[in-house]
Design a protein around this ligand. Structure first.
Ligand code: BEZ
Length: 391
């Protein structure tokens, strides 16, 4: 059995080693290489920029360093193109030797990133893409998400619409993981609540030729429509829906990406729309107030959900790295610290599930002027079911 003195000495040695390893990284000037793989062109370009802004705001608040290591960024424009995703992520991992991958927006691209991260053991923090598989069958100790699963906002909106007494709904979205899974989540809750999905319409990503589908909705005459679109596609959809005269006759609902970061471009056509998301404007949350002020001051822009997710991706990295004194090779200790953390987010405090997806409140919001005004909590502390995750 160890004596108290030996124990004390062992503890001292461990503490000294920890300090030394931080010092070693700092002294050697080993910068922390962060690979940002985001869309900087195409329909999700604004989303990628907002994520980068949010991430960098946190780094700036930390004096440009995380866990004592100066941060260096390496950027790749993934163009939201799944066919280029494996090559793009391999550039960051194999050519640039990044310490951590941050990305991305598009679910299909994120799944390719998760595959490479899982195989190579590189830390990956997903700051948007909701692909259920990332924290489902593809879950891994080195993969984390600061955003949501596609299932979450869809499911919450299904509950809200069923409770409103809406009976027959048509859905419309892009045919890829984010669209399919948002609708699936919606349908699960809506049908559980007594509603029926009478028509499921879709078009390939990032197509925005909505006319034929809008004609189909008009002919089907559902009680309401549920949709997932985001970025530039969401702007066009909301405008086309109103121009087709449908806004007045068939109420439009969506997961909140439909109206987040898009309201300047959508104008009056978005007014009054109800959506569900893990963030809203005008929330009475102290952290949100300071975040919004700092973001507006730094970028001369109002933040949106994507900026929040970028900021929180950096917070997650900060929490994990502080626990391992900047040593990214200590994956298990990194994960343990993040799993135990309460993340002080502008959206409200959240924690990560065992599968590393946020357990969070999903808010009901309504567009009033240029804001997604908070109406209430649609679903409290909603956890993704993480189907297929074995961890
Ligand atoms: C996705 O592909 O997962 C996604 C893209 C934009 C907004 C939300 C989700």
């Amino acid at each position: 059995m160890k004596t108290t003195r030996t124990l004390f000495r062992t503890t001292l040695v461990a503490a000294a080693a920890a300090v030394l390893s931080t010092a070693a990284f700092a002294q050697a000037g080993a910068k922390l290489k962060v690979g940002l793989m985001l869309p900087y062109t195409g329909t999700f370009a604004a989303l990628g920029n907002a994520i980068e802004n949010g991430f960098k705001l946190y780094v700036t608040e930390q004096g440009g360093k995380i866990a004592g290591r100066e941060v260096e960024f390496v950027k790749v424009d993934d163009e939201s193109d799944p066919s280029k995703a494996t090559d793009n992520v391999n550039k960051l991992v194999k050519r640039d030797n990044v310490d951590v991958l941050i990305g991305t927006v598009h679910s299909g691209v994120a799944m390719a990133m998760a595959k490479v991260a899982k195989e190579s053991g590189t830390l990956l923090i997903v700051p948007n893409a909701g692909a259920d598989a990332v924290t489902g069958p593809m879950c891994a100790p080195n993969i984390f998400r600061s955003s949501f699963s596609n299932w979450q906002p869809g499911y919450a909106m299904g509950e809200v619409m069923a409770k409103k007494g809406i009976k027959k709904v048509a859905t419309i979205t892009w045919k890829y993981a984010a669209g399919d899974e948002s609708v699936k989540g919606f349908k699960e809750a809506f049908e559980k609540g007594g509603g029926t999905v009478v028509k499921e319409l879709n078009l390939p990503f990032p197509n925005v030729e909505f006319q034929a589908l809008l004609t189909d909705i008009a002919a089907t005459k559902p009680d309401a429509v549920f949709t997932f679109f985001a970025g530039g596609g969401a702007v066009k959809f909301v405008k086309d829906y109103a121009a087709a005269g449908l806004k007045k006759t068939i109420p439009l609902y969506g997961s909140g990406f439909l109206t987040d970061g898009t309201l300047d471009a959508q104008g009056a056509d978005a007014e009054g729309l109800f959506t569900a998301l893990h963030y809203a404007d005008s929330m009475e949350i102290a952290k949100d107030k300071t975040f919004r002020l700092a973001y507006a001051k730094t970028y001369k822009l109002q933040p949106d959900v994507y900026a929040v997710q970028g900021y929180d991706a950096a917070q997650i990295l900060g929490i994990g790295l502080k626990a391992v004194n900047g040593d990214t090779s200590k994956k298990a200790e990194f994960a343990k610290a993040v799993e135990a953390a309460k993340i002080d987010s502008p959206r409200g405090t959240f924690s990560l599930s065992k599968a590393h997806n946020p357990v969070q409140d999903i808010y009901l919001r309504q567009v009033v002027g240029k804001e997604n005004k908070l109406v209430g909590v649609a679903s409290k502390a909603l956890a993704d079911p993480a189907r297929g995750c074995k961890m």
